[in-house]
Design a protein around this ligand. Structure first.
Ligand SMILES: Cc1ncc(COP(=O)(O)O)c(C=O)c1O
Length: 383
């Protein structure tokens, strides 16, 4: 008789992104649900990938990443964040931020440990925490502003708190943390001796003159943090699944022990292409904010005559729209209904909560070409 199968993740099904993208495809809807650009990455980057594959860069890279790419990453951090890191001992190239987040959680969390997550929470964190034997302690962001509710965070801390999951710019809310938030977190982390896992994959997408506050630029937090980044987001190549993790040497050593048995390496010709591109166009990431802010503003301008309300996203490529003037239907029902009937796919924000509050917001990805954003806005105005 076959052994009975006991799921380690009994509550996990197919992700909302996969489901909504499939629904969008089935109904030929404009897909503003899943977070990926519908436009081409920089041409030079794609060319470089082809060149390196043809030149024979097709076997395993070093486990921690190509030394030249790690050096280019260190240069990027110096140029854009004024942060000095040692590429040898502090930078690890990984097959996507999802993998390094998984490895960081696995490295730090053990049976019975608690991890503070802020709801709405990016969906990959909690399964990783559970697989490590830990428990996610959910603290909701403040309604409306989606800022961190530090009183609730303090109340959620216990002697078992091992790790704090930070995500800025935030998916799905588009909010960002301030320097004061980081100071507050640093005090709590010191007092209660926990680590920080900082998901900064949208670091370059911050708008209206605001600045991204990285844990790497905060000396106290840096000493107890893993920071995760994604070339998929920065260079419009989400399908290349390549990112990097920066952490102090002792944390990096633990991350690598796990990374070497989860994935071992990131894809070699991709690493070469990224290196060439970053060496040739180091300023490119600084151009992203203006481009995405223009897309955000274009999308919002098309909604001027609609009954939606919103606060413009501070960062990321997600815009929340409140539909309380239009319907009191549940967001999960409405997002599916509008995908089918209106041909515009979005993501219901309630799915990212442990206990969804009474709110009526949907998430729309504006990493899309102008004609798609204009047509989506036209359809949403017709409601
Ligand atoms: C907040 C957040 N973290 C991590 C990731 C995953 O990044 P990667 O594709 O590099 O694994 C995403 C992708 O959508 C994301 O939105």
């Amino acid at each position: 008789m076959a052994a009975s199968l006991k799921s380690k993740l009994p509550r996990v099904g197919t992700t909302i992104f996969t489901r909504m993208s499939a629904l969008a495809q089935a109904h030929d809807a404009l897909n503003l649900s899943q977070g990926f650009p519908d436009f081409a990455p920089p041409a030079r980057l794609a060319e470089a990938l082809g060149e390196h594959a043809l030149r024979g860069h097709n076997q395993y890279a070093p486990m921690a990443g190509l030394p030249r790419l790690r050096e280019a990453i260190a240069q990027q951090l110096l140029l854009h964040r004024n942060v000095l890191v040692d590429p040898e001992t502090e930078v690890t190239v990984v097959p996507g931020a999802t993998e390094s987040i998984f490895c960081a959680i696995t490295a730090l969390v053990g049976a019975g440990d608690e991890v503070i997550v802020l709801d709405p929470v990016y969906d990959s964190y909690e399964p990783a925490i559970e697989l490590a034997g830990g428990r996610a302690v959910h603290v909701p962001l403040l309604a409306g502003s989606f800022a961190i509710n530090w009183e609730r965070v303090e109340a959620a801390i216990s002697p078992r708190t091992r790790l704090f999951m930070l995500n800025s710019p935030h998916n799905p809310c588009g909010s960002i943390v301030s320097r004061a938030d980081l100071d507050r977190l640093a005090v709590l982390a010191r007092e209660h001796n926990f680590y920080v896992c900082s998901d900064e994959v949208y670091e370059h997408l911050v708008y209206d003159g605001r600045e991204h506050c990285s844990v790497l630029a905060h000396p106290e937090l840096r000493s107890r943090s893993f920071a995760h980044f994604s070339f998929g987001k920065t260079l419009s190549v989400t399908g290349w699944k390549t990112g990097y993790c920066v952490a102090p040497p002792a944390l990096t050593a633990e991350l690598r022990k796990i990374h070497q048995y989860v994935a071992f390496v990131a894809v070699t010709p991709v690493q070469h292409a990224l290196t060439d591109f970053l060496e040739e166009q180091p300023q490119y990431p600084a151009s992203l904010a203006a481009d995405y802010q223009r897309r955000r503003d274009l999308f919002l301008s098309t909604l001027a005559g609609s009954r939606f309300s919103w606060t413009p996203a501070q960062g990321s490529y997600f815009q929340l729209l409140d539909y309380s003037q239009i319907s009191d239907e549940k967001d999960t029902v409405l997002s599916e209904h509008w995908t089918r009937e209106l041909g515009v796919a979005s993501i219901a924000v309630s799915v990212f909560y442990e206990s969804p509050p009474k709110q009526t917001v949907l998430r729309f990805c504006f990493a899309k070409s102008d004609d798609v954003l204009i047509e989506a806005g036209r359809r949403l105005c017709a409601i």
